[in-house]
Design a protein around this ligand. Structure first.
Ligand SMILES: Nc1nc2c(c(=O)[nH]1)N[C@H]1C(S)=C(S)[C@@H](COP(=O)(O)OP(=O)(O)OC[C@H]3O[C@@H](n4cnc5c(=O)[nH]c(N)nc54)[C@H](O)[C@@H]3O)O[C@H]1N2
Ligand SMILES: Nc1nc2c(c(=O)[nH]1)N[C@H]1C(S)=C(S)[C@@H](COP(=O)(O)OP(=O)(O)OC[C@H]3O[C@@H](n4cnc5c(=O)[nH]c(N)nc54)[C@H](O)[C@@H]3O)O[C@H]1N2
Ligand code: SF4
Ligand SMILES: [Mo]
Length: 689
């Protein structure tokens, strides 16, 4: 492998010429998936004469076990797709029309440096805003160098809080730290509550562990407002009214106390604030819990008894319920249940959540001492920030990488208004001409995972992989870090840390003196591809924690929003072949029928004269989109659904679901947006032909 890497690099530097008259030269390179998916599957790429010809899962990886997924099984088609961006581009038409001409890298970098110099001299570096997110989860290309660079420049920054931070905060409020149990330990559980997570779609490699537990007798429950694919496959589906989880937790605690299933000794020694919590639970009889949550009183009794007695018992949760105005309180409530029952005592009991915190700590990702940004904004407020004329200084340049804000951010209409500003100098590093890239002044073609060196941990397990570049960059594409190094040079920023190579970045992360990294070396990862963090096989993260309980309050989600729209809209990651906005541009990845559809409950459909196939307009005070309706019993009265991930061209208005969604964030500007606390009306236009 090392020999191959040397030859690949030599080839790139021009000292190697292909020998076409020889038999094909085949190599197999190890790597791992970069997508924002908890699984981070380990893979091998087979390369023949410099072209990747096969991608396979690594069979001996304990978590992903040789399987990829329906998206990434076709990754090589994505890598070589004719629509891949191959050259830097410069805008020639009005913003958003997608009219560009190719330019050289030298010209692109020079233009960025010139424009930024002039912006900095007029308004200071705070007028520049980098916007990046989770397009890649690889540590190296996700932002290490970009963070250093923008800190050195003194620009503004964003809180990258659209995903996971609220769940993190909710767990930490109860457990002191956001650590949960190793998700693999769910194989030992006898009760598993999949609480607002669609495991089969979003975290498919966890399923074998759940199956293993079930084979040994575990009861698996889904708690979700929507009958998801996962809900169809478990022992009990608990269909909760959206955003009422705090009330359900209070109802469960009420029952546990009433029938004497709680351990007084545990509560006294391992929790604080129990009396206050019990006070909050007092009014929540099964009947009152049912009236608010829609969960039948007998199910509330059953769920409480099952969780407390069929042990080990665990809650599994990712991010679904956090995307709400009271997301923090919901995630805090969910974390309280295992703390109250002492579920953490047994292996396979407790809260299984994102494992990102393990590698953030091991690799010390927040430890680097960098200058604080000039100012920082919650990324959910992008539309507001770009259109706020009173900002001093205003944002005059946006640098986007690893993200598609025109599609993923809430309140899309305002985001597009901002991106349309002719005076906003926007640079987008992308693999494809996304809805965001269309609004750029300069588009930079980005390498894909199989073209770049990367350290790829997973946020659903405790393994880390070294992803080696398998092929040369396609076209003239360059990695994020190559771009940062070039712009730093052009701006004459001479701090050597801005020129650190990707290999050096990885080696210094692995060299950190942290016990979970003991024995994980560059050479070992080159030889084996992946390694488990060095942890005891049975690792209890909260052996001595005193869990913080305390008062808990259910805050009702208004039954009708202030603007009077009667239906609540949820927008989920529900397509097996999309990964957020990735792949939505390819027909071969679309569902059948190949379009985003509005799902609506039969009662709401009948009230409005809507049938499956009716063309409808979904609208609220923020915007409108036109879709075909599907009447579906997966939902519940009052709840409609539009899938997330589709690009603008999938909808006649040239907008996708986030044109409707609620951009509200918590008052302290941390945490996610309230995507799912969105209210709409649905009006039929005409029956579909
Ligand atoms: N195939 C595929 N896999 C993916 C992704 C993808 O786009 N496609 N995206 C990846 C990303 S970025 C992430 S963050 C993860 C997310 O993984 P998950 O958290 O599993 O997925 P979500 O679809 O965000 O939400 C899960 C469930 O939460 C439910 N939910 C919403 N509101 C509430 C509520 O108030 N209470 C309760 N109890 N449930 C509620 C939704 O109905 C939904 O079924 O998936 C990752 N994996
Ligand atoms: N309505 C609604 N909105 C949501 C959500 C929802 O459930 N509903 N979910 C939210 C969540 S949980 C998340 S995580 C966000 C996701 O938001 P994003 O992270 O912005 O979304 P992705 O589609 O994963 O990635 C964006 C882009 O990154 C690019 N990319 C990938 N690798 C690289 C690379 O190495 N270099 C460069 N330069 N680019 C690269 C891809 O081509 C892709 O176009 O969306 C959020 N928005
Ligand atoms: S998207 Fe997820 S399941 Fe698919 S290959 Fe990547 S990590 Fe694995
Ligand atoms: Mo996410």
């Amino acid at each position: 492998m090392v020999a191959w890497l040397v030859s690949a690099w030599a080839r790139r530097s021009g000292s190697w010429t292909p020998q076409h008259d020889e038999a094909p030269v085949t190599h197999t390179i190890t790597g791992a998936c970069h997508h924002d998916c908890p699984d981070a599957c380990a893979w091998t790429v087979t390369v023949e004469d410099g072209r990747a010809v096969q991608l396979r899962g690594v069979g001996d990886h304990p978590f992903t076990a040789g399987e990829l997924c329906p998206k990434v099984n076709r990754l090589l088609e994505r890598v070589y797709d004719p629509a891949r961006l191959l050259h830097p581009l410069k805008r020639v038409g009005p913003k958003g029309t997608g009219e560009f001409v190719p330019i050289s890298w030298d010209d692109a970098i020079a233009e960025i440096a010139d424009r930024w110099r002039s912006i900095i001299s007029d308004d200071g570096p705070a007028a520049i805003l980098p916007y990046s997110f989770d397009g890649t989860q690889g540590i190296i290309q996700k932002g290490i160098l970009a963070r250093r660079f923008f800190a050195a420049l003194g620009t503004s920054d964003i809180h990258r809080h659209l995903c996971g931070v609220t769940a993190w905060q909710g767990a930490a409020a109860v457990c002191g730290t956001p650590f949960g149990i190793d998700p693999e330990d769910l194989r030992h559980s006898r009760t598993i509550l999949l609480w607002g997570t669609n495991t089969l779609i979003t975290n498919r490699h966890l399923w074998p562990f759940i199956d293993e537990a079930r084979a040994a007798g575990a009861t698996v429950v889904v708690i979700d407002p929507v009958r998801t694919t996962t809900a169809d496959r478990v022992d009990q589906f608990v269909q909760i009214r959206p955003g009422t989880d705090v009330a359900l937790v209070l109802g469960l605690i009420h029952v546990l106390d009433r029938i004497g299933l709680l351990d007084a000794e545990w509560l006294a020694s391992r929790t604080s604030g129990w009396d206050d919590l019990l006070g909050s639970a007092a009014p929540w009889t099964p009947a009152s819990t049912e009236s608010v949550t829609g969960v039948p009183a007998e199910t509330v009794e059953w769920l409480a008894t099952t969780f407390a007695t069929r042990r080990p018992a665990a809650v599994r949760s990712l991010v679904g319920p956090e995307h709400r105005e009271h997301g923090f309180e919901i995630m805090r409530a969910i974390a309280m249940l295992p703390a109250v029952t002492g579920a953490w005592r047994e292996r396979g009991g407790g809260l299984a959540r994102s494992t990102q915190v393990w590698w953030e700590e091991a690799f010390g990702l927040d430890d680097e001492e960098l200058a604080a940004p000039a100012r920082s904004f919650n990324m959910a407020r992008l539309g507001e920030i770009l259109t706020d004329e009173s900002l001093a200084p205003p944002i005059r340049s946006l640098f986007v990488h690893n993200s598609n804000p025109a599609v993923i951010a809430p309140d899309q209409g305002r985001v597009i208004d901002g991106l349309s500003r002719e005076d906003l100098f926007t640079v987008v590093s992308e693999q494809f001409m996304t809805d965001t890239a269309r609004y750029a002044d300069i588009v930079l073609p980005a390498t894909s995972q199989i073209e770049q060196l990367e350290l790829s941990p997973g946020w659903g397990h405790l393994y880390v992989s070294l992803n080696q570049p398998a092929i040369d960059p396609v076209g003239e594409s360059r990695s994020n870090n190559d771009v940062i190094r070039a712009v730093a040079t052009a701006l004459e920023l001479d701090d050597p840390s801005l020129q650190e190579t990707d290999e050096s970045l990885i080696r210094s992360l692995l060299d950190r003196d942290h016990r979970w990294l003991d024995g994980i070396t560059w050479d070992r990862l080159v030889a084996n591809g992946w390694a488990r963090f060095t942890l005891p096989d049975h690792h209890l993260p909260h052996e001595a924690t005193v869990f913080r309980l305390g008062p808990l309050e259910h805050v009702a989600v208004a039954s009708v929003d202030p603007a009077g729209h009667p239906l609540q809209l949820i927008s989920l990651k529900q397509h097996t072949k999309f990964l957020n906005t990735n792949y939505a541009q390819f027909e071969r990845h679309r569902p059948t029928p190949p379009e985003p559809r509005l799902e609506i409950d039969p009662t709401d459909a009948t009230d409005r004269g809507i049938e499956t196939g009716t063309l409808v307009r979904v609208h609220n005070e923020r915007g409108a989109i036109t879709l075909t309706a599907t009447v579906s019993s997966r939902l519940q009265p009052g709840l409609v659904s539009i899938p997330f991930g589709w690009w603008h061209q999938a909808v006649p208005e040239g907008r996708s679901v986030n044109v409707l969604t609620n951009p509200a964030v918590p008052d302290d500007d941390t945490g996610s947006a309230a995507f799912h606390d969105t209210w709409v009306e649905v009006t039929p236009l005409a029956p579909s032909p």
